[in-house]
Ligand binder design. Structure first.
Ligand SMILES: C=C(C)CCOP(=O)(O)OP(=O)(O)O
Ligand SMILES: [Mg+2]
Ligand SMILES: [Mg+2]
Length: 308
């Protein structure tokens, strides 16, 4: 039996509406993000950081962190600095991923990419600024959480974004471009690292902040690994099936750049089937939490049903 801790008004599947939940949470996160970075001298760098951080995003990563912390009896207030830090790290990864030296993209989040507006030099620095600030923000802004848990979160974030996680995945993604002999194992390495590691950290950090037991941490990690892999499979499917307007970024880029993707290995239908299967497995992991896991179960569903 896994104990979830106290939650003052646990959502129930009969009263829960995912789109209302996501819209409310997104609004809450965006207020905190807007407050987190103030423009001061040298203005250009803060403006460049805010340009990408505050552009329209789904805010899925911060929402996962808040929802997990609450599932285990923590509060949104305890998790908000980490939630914002996760969005700062994610935004850094997008700014750098879009650079000419990497995926060379002109559009992101429905607007021109950072380097198209501020130049490559400032875009690199805006990513660096967001990445460093993310760690500073967790360390200085987290309240009502024992310091040992904050320290664990900082370590976990570093692991997720560095060579052991996102950076490592991006390296293998770039190395695999144009290759026709990519194995499933290599493709899964790319996805679980470049995308899955940060998504897993969102859930794990939310859990750590709430003081999760080892058993709950393992269960939630497993949920997060599955949704992380499904997220990238769906991202690669949408690159083929969705429009630029829907995505807020150029569609069809993976094929052009000869990226290693699940659809390129298995085709669209099999990729969709695998993503759906992963989401079902992720949801099944949460069964011991009962009704309290309703938001995380619904968020998992959203990952396959999303249109952008
Ligand atoms: C994973 C990171 C760090 C950035 C985006 O990855 P992709 O290159 O696969 O996705 P899009 O640019 O299509 O969003
Ligand atoms: Mg990329
Ligand atoms: Mg890209």
């Amino acid at each position: 039996m896994v104990l979830t801790g106290e939650n003052p008004s646990p959502p129930t599947s009969s009263t829960f509406d995912l789109s209302t939940y996501l819209a409310e949470r997104k609004a809450e996160v965006e207020i905190a993000l807007d407050d987190s970075v103030q423009v001061t001298y040298p203005e250009k760098i803060y403006e460049a950081m805010r340009y990408s951080l505050l552009a329209t995003g789904k805010r899925l990563r911060p929402i996962l962190c808040l929802a997990t912390c609450e599932l285990l009896g923590g509060t949104a207030e305890m998790a908000m600095p980490t939630a914002c830090a996760l969005e700062m790290i994610h935004t850094m990864s997008l700014i750098h991923d879009d650079l000419p030296a990497m995926d060379n993209d002109d559009y992101r989040r429905g607007q021109l990419t950072n380097h198209k507006v501020y130049g490559e030099d400032i875009a690199i620095l805006a990513g660096d600024g967001l990445l460093s600030y993310a760690f500073e923000f967790v360390a200085t802004q987290t309240t009502n959480v024992p310091p040992q848990q904050v320290l664990q979160v900082i370590g976990r974030l570093g692991q997720a974004v560095g060579a052991t996680g996102l950076v490592g995945g991006q390296v293998v993604d770039l190395e695999s471009e144009g290759k026709t002999d990519i194995t499933e194992e290599r493709l899964t390495f790319i996805h679980t690292h470049k995308t899955g590691a940060l998504l897993e950290a969102c859930v794990v950090c939310g859990a750590i902040l709430a003081g999760a037991s080892v058993e709950n941490l393992e269960r939630l990690s497993s949920y997060a690994q599955k949704i992380g892999l499904a997220f990238q499979i769906v991202d690669d499917i949408l690159d083929i099936t969705a429009t630029q307007e829907e995505l807020g970024k150029t569609a069809g880029k993976d094929l052009k750049a000869q990226k290693a993707t699940y659809p390129s290995l298995w085709g669209l239908e099999e990729s969709k089937r695998r993503a759906t299967e992963l989401i079902q497995q992720a949801q099944a992991e949460l069964a011991p939490f009962g009704e309290a896991a309703t938001p995380l179960i619904a968020i998992a569903q959203f990952i396959t049903s999303r249109s952008h």
